[in-house]
Design a protein around this ligand. Sequence first.
Ligand SMILES: [Ca+2]
Length: 409
Amino acid sequence: MTLSMSRRAVLTAFGAGVAFAGGSRLVAQQARPAFGQWVESFRARARARGVSDATYSRAMGPIKPDTSVYALGRAQPEFREEVWQYLNRRVSDWRIRTGQERAREHARLLESVERQYGVDRYVMLGLWGMESAFGDVVVNPKHMRPVLPALSALAWGEPRRRAYWEQELLNALVIVERGWAAPGEMIGSWAGAMGHTQWMPEVWLNMGVDFDGDGRISPFGPPDDALAGTAQYLLRRGKYRRGEGWGYEVRLPAGIALGATEMQAISSWQERGVRQASGKAFPRPNEQARLWQPVAGGPVFLLSQNFYAVKSYNPANTYALAILHLGDRISGEGAFVQPFPGGERVPTLAEVQEIQRRLTALGFDTDGTDGRVGRDTMLAVRAYQRKVGLEPADGYAGLKVLTRLRQDR
Ligand SMILES: [Ca+2]
């Protein structure tokens, strides 16, 4: 969860593959004014965006810059994951079950957003589950930090993309000015992504919806505004098509090349012998789609426009696939027909809990045994793998580790 959020924040802020330059903090420290001085000089910028002096003093007056964000912005991913591990961790048994509970709990809300925007509820549930574990991170201070001190530190002292951070700090202040959230309530990722959807302040300002009609667009609290905002985002920024699916796992006939393939009508893929892996008929043969195989030897997909609508959230194909597959699993569909080479099935909630219990009993702290895999469980798994010589020591809490733990008495 933490890993995916920091990845998202990095992607949002810098574009894929671009990181902070080493040593930028030193340069910044030499050149920048004292923080208090900078806060006063930035007041005029906020005023120009319609932030009142009273709001500015209330929000910025008590702030200490959260300088720990510089290191987080430069951090490399802690764990290397294969595609099947990435998918298994995100489309976990815990997320599927919790998603089904949320689907029941919020059935009326999901139905009315679906009716108004035409976005499938399971796509919204998949996004909600991936971005914030269905709002769990919104209330979990372990994963979140105050947004204003983080954005202030970035706008004040991070020379890379400073204009971007300044704009996002201004956007966050506009949110306070509008009364959508109090400064103290605004917690999020190190880069300022917050709420049920983990949106940057700019997205809340431009894509948020006051769906419950209380006069505020709320990133926090009940998910009404966030889910309607998600639907609006997919429609406007992602060009989501009402009533269409995202794609299908397919079986290929011999002789179809998997290189870059153009969008074609599903009916013409069908003529070339492409079939749904499930054996069902394609329900909308006129939809345009293209072939994609994430890993040689693994499942193959036909992807249509709504896959790319979800991808507008984040440029990684595997990320969009995780969201949409999670949504499908919440809706009751099964796992992929063709397994990934070298992959394992998703461990059940009970199996993950057993891994956590056994690791804890052996002195590897997983910080609880709730069946959810966060950073603590991954560090514990990796320490155990190293101790017993399991290769690769990737921190993945799966069946191989469980089998070894059961032998360990
Ligand atoms: Ca509202």
